[in-house]
Design a protein. Structure first.
Length: 91
C-alpha cells in the first residue's frame, strides 16, 4: 500500500483499536471515519484518522480543590446541625 495510505491493520496498530472497532467507525452515523474502497481493500488517507480522532477529544476542566473541600464540609456541617435539631442561620 502506498505510504500516503494506511490499511485497517496498520491503523489498528497505530491507534491501539481493534479492526472490528475501526470497521464500525467507517459506517458510524454521526462521525464516520473517512475511507476509500478499492475492491476489497479499505485504504485510509494518512491525514484523515488524526482529524477524525480529534472529534472525540475531551478537554478536562481544572478542579478547584479548595472549593470542592469547602462544599463537602458545608454539606457535612449542614447535616450535623440538622441532626442536632439546630437551625442554621443563612445570611
Amino acid at each position: 500500500m502506498l505510504a500516503e495510505y494506511l490499511s485497517l491493520r496498520q491503523l489498528s496498530a497505530y491507534f491501539g483499536l481493534s479492526i472490528r472497532t475501526l470497521r464500525n467507525s467507517l459506517v458510524h452515523p454521526v462521525t464516520p471515519l473517512p475511507y476509500f474502497r478499492v475492491c476489497r481493500k479499505i485504504p485510509v488517507r494518512r491525514s484523515d484518522p488524526d482529524a477524525w480522532l480529534s472529534r472525540y477529544r475531551h478537554a478536562e476542566q481544572p478542579v478547584d480543590l479548595d472549593a470542592l473541600v469547602n462544599d463537602v464540609l458545608a454539606g457535612l456541617q449542614w447535616r450535623l446541625l440538622l441532626r442536632k435539631g439546630r437551625k442554621l442561620h443563612v445570611g
